[in-house]
Ligand binder design. Structure first.
Ligand code: CA
Length: 230
C-alpha cells in the first residue's frame, strides 16, 4: 500500500516544517501550501487523501477554502485553529470540515486524528458498495434506490441524497447548512430553508405519518437526524 498523501495548508513556516517532518516520520507523504490560492492551484491537479487546513490564512481564509473544496470533493479535512471560541469550530464543521484541532497541538495527537479521519473515510467508501438497512428501509447508494418493506420508493435525486446522508450516520445531528453542502454539492446561496421542503417531501414518501416521523426526526434549532431508536 502506498503512503497516504496529506496536503498541509498553513502560512506559518515554523508549523509547516514541524508538521511535515513529524508526519513524514509517521510514513505520510506531506505536501504543503502557504496560502489558499496556492492550495487551490495544487488541488486542480492533485487528489490528496487528507487536508490539514489552517483557519487563519491571509487573503483567502480557511473557512472559505473549506467551503470551496467541499463543492467538488469529500476528502477528509481537519481544521487547524488558534481560536478557542466554540463558534469558529462549529462554523468549520458547518463548512464541511471533518474535525478540528486547536493550536498549540501535540504532533502525536494530530497524527492520531489524521489516522482516525482516514479510517472513517476508508470505511465510508466501503459502505457505499452495499445497501444500508435501517428499520424497514433499504437504501442502495450506488443505485440511488430506496425500498420500504421491499417496495420501491420513488425519490428525487435531492431527496435521495438527503435521506442517504442522514441514514448513513444514525444519531448524528446535521444542520441545514451541512445537509445543503453535503447533499446538494453546490452552493445555493444560503437557502437553507429549502431543505425543509425536501425533508417534508421525503417524509411524505417514507413515513406512515409524516407529522410524527419514525425515521427522520427534527432536532429543533439544529437540523435533522435519522433515528429509529424510539
Ligand atoms: Ca495562520
Amino acid at each position: 500500500m502506498s503512503n497516504k498523501k496529506i496536503l498541509l495548508i498553513e502560512d506559518e513556516e515554523k508549523i509547516r516544517i514541524l508538521v511535515k517532518k513529524y508526519m513524514e516520520q509517521e510514513s505520510f507523504e506531506v505536501l504543503t501550501a502557504e496560502s489558499g490560492y496556492q492550495a487551490r492551484e495544487f488541488l486542480k491537479n492533485n487528489n490528496p487523501d487528507l487536508i490539514l487546513l489552517d483557519l487563519m490564512l491571509p487573503e483567502m481564509n480557511g473557512l472559505d477554502l473549506c467551503r470551496e473544496i467541499r463543492k467538488t470533493s469529500r476528502v477528509p479535512i481537519i481544521m487547524l485553529t488558534a481560536k478557542t471560541q466554540e463558534t469558529d469550530k462549529i462554523l468549520g464543521l458547518e463548512m464541511g470540515a471533518d474535525d478540528y484541532i486547536t493550536k498549540p497541538f501535540s504532533l502525536a495527537e494530530l497524527s492520531a486524528r489524521i489516522r482516525a479521519a482516514l479510517r472513517r473515510s476508508d470505511f465510508g467508501s466501503l459502505e457505499k458498495e452495499e445497501s444500508i438497512i435501517r428499520g424497514d428501509l433499504q437504501i442502495n447508494i450506488e443505485r440511488y434506490q430506496v425500498k420500504l418493506n421491499g417496495k420501491d420508493i420513488p425519490l428525487t435525486a435531492t431527496e435521495f441524497k438527503i435521506l442517504a446522508l442522514l441514514a448513513q450516520n444514525p444519531g448524528r445531528v446535521y444542520s441545514r447548512l451541512q445537509i445543503l453542502n453535503a447533499a446538494l454539492e453546490e452552493s445555493y446561496g444560503g437557502y437553507e430553508r429549502s431543505i425543509d421542503t425536501h425533508i417534508s417531501n421525503v417524509r411524505h414518501k417514507i413515513e406512515k405519518n409524516p407529522a410524527e416521523p419514525e425515521y427522520i426526526k427534527t432536532v429543533y434549532g439544529l437540523g435533522y437526524k435519522f433515528d429509529i431508536s424510539d
